[in-house]
Every structure is written in structure tokens, then in C-alpha cells.
Design a protein around this ligand. Structure first.
Ligand code: 16G
Ligand code: MG
Length: 552
């Protein structure tokens, strides 16, 4: 009975304040719902409702983040965060899609179905929902819609205001581990990361060719806003020169800058001074991606993307692990987008096992959890390291027991501190930057020495517009195209014409297009291969508009 009253209130709110304004269906994609902000109020309200059901079902705190990451300012989006700070479980993505798309008059029934299906009995629990938002001008009103949904369902919203996506994931994890993971406050977050960073760095801020200054492109978003606090707390240990930190609503969010721009255009962002060989980095609009880059003496742009960060971290962890003498396994997880040269370097030189999974953080995160220490990164700069809880316990116990040599003890202590620099819940640009800076400092490397580990194969990404991207299906972590029938054969035939070549196609999870990736020995061959594959996709998978041009 109480339930029915509750759901009637939910419906009344929906009808009066957040009516469904869009007829076409929206889909909970790789990173939640993302579209024009003006079309999202009812979706936000409904996600507030669903978050409370999820929290009651899991008997834990869950999170809601309002952001559209690297999309332009008029867009916004929402994603739900599970109790361990992970992305929402896949089976609930379907429920999210269903709840977002039902007519207002069917909302009550749809919610009731979930309550029954999942046997959610504790409908009076004031489940806590942690809410955060990025700096978009549309975020405050959308956040209000989420909060109204939470309240209508009888939950308790905890509003963290403007935070980065990874900060929100961290807060959720802290709350559900009874603060064992850290204090669930922004201050607690900075304190944890920076204390560990300073401990590892010690008193000498420079080392060899490493200088303690980095040029930081904040994408005019939350990543810029937050680094201001970080800068102060870092003191002289790391000097972060900040660029692209325009105020909210300037329209410049992600515009010609930020990690996604730098990676996909493979070019230097606007707003950062062009200084030869200076180490620069960019974050994206919600600060969960990071890429590094520099301009050489001739002004040529060099990118150090997620693959480079991953190899740097894996090599470093392998080295310390060896010094600790503690037997833990280490593995690295990539996607098909990882440059072939990075995979060869990791397997052949570093001798670290590599797994390849489908695009999307949740796939990488889960695979990484199969290792004692799992490093994962997408080439686009999203990644982190996850440690199995038993592995952490073993390190702590070994450190406390008195049977380690001084060198082993030093290495174990260092590794324990490094764990605290890392945000294990999800890729975190701020934490990843502190980790990269820690490693470069420890090696005494400048950015060119870091880059010297291996040489990337030239690669090319292309988009093909098709009527329905779902005609393309893939297998083997997106490296084989299953349908349309015959397309993979054609791709194989094209790839065989070139040296050291590789190509694959997959439907995007965020746009209605098919993505094409190609790699080959030279730039010319790569561009040709990419265009030829794109043309095949266009011909065989229902391309629209002008066909891709193939260079002769
Ligand atoms: C989302 C994913 C990212 C992935 C990208 C691929 C999360 C949090 N984010 O941004 O991991 O690389 O989508 O986009 O999972 P695409 O499917 O359009 O290529
Ligand atoms: Mg992002």
C-alpha cells in the first residue's frame, strides 16, 4: 500500500514537473545517456528514481553523475555509479533504457515491474544517493531533476555539487567501505592522493632530466576548476601551469582543447603556449581521461596517449614488484584500438601478459580485476590500475612483518604509497597525472625519454555514416566483423596488401556511425587502407551521404 502511495507521488511529479518531452527512444549507451541538454530533464528525473531502486536492491550507496564528458557544451548526460564505484551493471542498463522511454502514464507500472522482478522489499529505506555534476550551464537544473526523482522515491540525495566523474566514483566507494577507502569528501580525496604523492617523491623534486613542471590543459571544464585546489596542496613538489580554465558557460568547454580533441586530431590544443620539449597534458570535460604530448625542436607534435601511459605504468609496477620479492601477478588490459607497437612492446620487452577486450570502461575494468595487479587503459587516455584486495593485504602484511631486506622493505613501502596515488574505482585524469609524474620523476626522464620506449605504427581512425549501425556486429573483442556477411573477408583481403597492417570496424556506442581503424607500416599505406575499408563498409553496410574517397 505504502508502495502504491509512493509510486502515485512519483507519477504526479513526473506528469506535472518532468513530463516526457521527446518521442524518440533514447538508449543507455557505453557511458550512460547523452544528448542535447534540453531533451534530458525527464530522463534525469527518472534516473533519480531508478538510482533509489538500485541502491535499495544493492543495500548500498550508489551514485549519479551528470556530465557529457568530452561532448560540446549544449549536450549533457547522466550515468549511474554502482556501489564499488564501478559503472552500472549491464543488466540494469536495459532497465535504465526502459525507464527512460516509457510514457508518463506507464511509468508507475514499469517501476513496479522492477520492484517485483528484483524483489525490492525495503521500499521505505532512505537509500543514500551521491549526486555530482560537471560545469555545463545545463547541469544545475538537470541535477535538480535527479534530486527530485530521488526524493519522490523516498531516497536521500547527497549533493556534492561540481565534481569530476572519478571523484564521484571515489565518494561512492568511500561510503560503501565505511571510509576504509578514504574520506568521502573532496578534501579527503586530495589529501589521500597528495600525501601519497609527496611521500613517494620525497624532498628532491627534480631528478636527472625530469623537471617538476607540467603544462596542464583543463578543457575549460571541471578538470580545470579542480586542479586549482590541487596546485596549492602540491606546494613546490609539482608545478602545474594551468591553461584553458575559462569560467563556466563561456561556451569553450572541450572547444579545440581537451584530451579528446588532442587525441582524435593528433594536434596541439589551443590556449597552451608552444614551448619546445615542454611536457604538456590534457584532460577531458569530466576529467576521467588524460593524454600527454609535446612539440619537438622543429615544432612537430608528439602524442603520448593511453597506450604510452599504460606501458609506463606497467613497466614501473613490474620493476617495483620484482624488488619487493612478493609474488603477485601483473597484467595489462587494452582494446583493439591500442597501437600494435605498444602491444608488442608490452608482451615482448616487458613480458607482461596483455588481454584485449571490447571498447568501454566496464569491459576493461572487469578484465583487469582478474589479475592481482591489473593495469587497464584505452588509447583515448581512460584508465587506471586495480589491485586485488588480497594482494593489498599481502603487501601490507609483508611490510609489517620483519623479514624483508631493507631494499624489499623500501620497495614494498613505495608500492603501498603508489596504490594510494591511484583512484582504483575508474580512470581519473588527476590521479593518473600524479602517477605519471611520479614515475617520470623516479626514472629521471624527460618526455622524450619516455617516448623512446617504442615507435607507434601510423594509424588512422575514420567514421562511416550508415542508416543503421546495428547491421555491423563483431566478435573477438571487436577485432572480427561477423555481419554483414562477407565484410570481414573483404577486410582481410585489403589488409593482406600492406606490410604490418591491421584493420577493424565496429559500431560506435555513442554515435550512429561505424568506426574504422587501420594501422600499417607507413602513413601513406595506413591512410589508403583506412579509406579502402571505409569504402567497403559504406558499400556493404548501408552507407549514406557521400562515399568515402579512396586515395589513388
Ligand atoms: C565512452 C566510453 C569510453 C569509450 C567510448 C567509445 C565509458 C565511461 N566511456 O566514452 O570508454 O572509449 O565511449 O565511444 O565507458 P564509441 O563507442 O563512440 O567509439
Ligand atoms: Mg570523460
Amino acid at each position: 500500500m505504502a508502495n502504491n502511495n509512493r509510486l502515485r507521488t512519483v507519477y504526479a511529479f513526473a506528469r506535472e514537473m518532468y513530463p516526457k518531452t521527446v518521442k524518440t527512444d533514447i538508449q543507455y549507451g557505453t557511458a550512460g545517456f547523452r544528448t542535447r541538454a534540453t531533451d534530458l530533464a525527464y530522463v534525469m528525473y527518472r534516473m533519480g528514481l531508478l538510482a533509489v531502486l538500485r541502491a535499495r536492491y544493492k543495500k548500498a550507496v550508489v551514485g549519479v553523475m551528470i556530465t557529457a564528458s568530452h561532448n560540446p557544451e549544449p549536450d549533457n548526460g547522466v550515468k549511474l555509479v554502482d556501489p564499488h564505484g564501478e559503472m552500472l551493471e549491464q543488466s540494469w542498463e536495459k532497465l535504465a533504457t526502459r525507464i527512460a522511454n516509457v510514457a508518463d502514464s506507464k511509468l508507475q507500472d514499469a517501476l513496479n515491474d522492477i520492484i517485483k522482478e528484483y524483489n525490492i522489499e525495503n521500499m521505505n529505506d532512505r537509500a543514500e544517493i551521491v549526486v555530482g555534476k560537471d560545469t555545463r550551464p545545463s547541469s544545475p537544473s538537470l541535477s535538480k531533476a535527479v534530486t527530485d526523482g530521488i526524493l519522490a522515491m523516498g531516497g536521500k540525495p547527497i549533493d556534492y555539487g561540481i565534481v569530476t566523474t572519478p571523484q564521484l566514483h571515489y565518494f561512492v566507494m568511500c561510503k560503501n567501505t565505511n571510509r576504509a577507502y578514504g574520506q568521502p569528501t573532496e578534501e579527503g580525496y586530495y589529501r589521500k592522493l597528495i600525501n601519497a604523492f609527496k611521500k613517494v617523491r620525497g624532498d628532491s623534486f627534480t631528478n636527472g632530466n625530469y623537471t617538476n613542471r607540467v603544462m596542464y590543459d583543463g578543457a575549460n571544464g571541471v578538470g580545470a576548476k579542480k586542479v586549482k585546489y590541487l596546485k596549492e596542496a602540491l606546494g613546490g613538489s609539482l608545478i602545474v601551469d594551468m591553461y584553458n580554465d575559462e569560467i563556466i558557460g563561456s561556451g569553450k568547454l572541450n572547444y579545440l582543447c581537451g584530451a579528446d580533441f588532442v587525441k582524435s586530431h593528433q594536434s596541439f590544443p589551443t590556449g597552451v603556449p608552444k614551448e619546445a620539449n615542454a611536457r604538456c597534458c590534457s584532460v577531458d570535460g569530466d576529467a576521467d581521461r588524460l593524454v600527454y604530448y609535446y612539440l619537438d625542436d622543429n615544432g612537430k607534435f608528439h602524442l603520448l596517449d593511453g597506450d604510452r601511459i599504460a606501458t609506463l605504468i606497467a613497466a614501473y609496477l613490474k620493476e617495483i614488484l620484482l624488488k619487493t620479492g612478493i609474488d603477485l601477478n601483473l597484467g595489462l588490459v587494452q582494446t583493439a584500438y591500442a597501437n600494435g607497437a605498444s602491444t608488442e612492446y608490452i608482451t615482448k620487452e616487458l613480458k607482461v601478459p596483455v588481454a584485449c577486450v571490447s571498447t568501454g570502461v566496464k569491459h576493461l575494468h572487469h578484465k583487469a580485476q582478474e589479475f592481482d595487479i591489473g593495469v587497464y587503459f584505452e588509447a583515448n587516455g581512460h584508465g587506471t590500475v586495480v589491485f586485488r584486495p588480497e594482494a593489498k593485504t599481502r603487501l601490507r602484511e609483508a611490510f609489517q612483518a620483519n623479514n624483508l631486506s631493507p631494499d624489499q622493505k623500501e620497495a614494498t613501502e613505495r608500492l603501498l604509497n603508489v596504490i594510494d596515488i591511484i583512484n582504483e574505482t575508474v580512470g581519473d585524469a588527476i590521479s593518473d597525472m600524479l602517477l605519471v609524474e611520479t614515475i617520470l620523476h623516479s626514472k629521471g626522464w624527460d618526455v622524450r625519454e619516455w617516448e623512446a620506449a617504442y615507435t607507434d605504427y601510423p594509424n588512422r581512425l575514420m567514421k562511416v555514416v550508415v542508416t543503421d549501425r546495428n547491421v555491423i556486429t563483431t566478435a573477438d573483442a571487436e577485432r572480427t566483423c561477423v555481419t554483414p556477411e562477407g565484410l570481414q573477408n573483404e577486410i582481410d583481403g585489403l589488409v593482406a596488401k600492406y606490410r604490418s597492417a591491421r584493420a577493424f570496424v565496429r559500431p560506435s556506442g555513442t554515435e550512429n556511425i561505424v568506426r574504422v581503424y587501420a594501422e600499417a607500416a607507413t602513413r601513406e599505406e595506413t591512410d589508403k587502407l583506412a579509406a579502402e575499408v571505409a569504402r567497403k563498409v559504406y558499400d556493404m553496410a548501408g552507407g549514406c551521404g557521400a562515399p568515402p574517397e579512396v586515395p589513388q
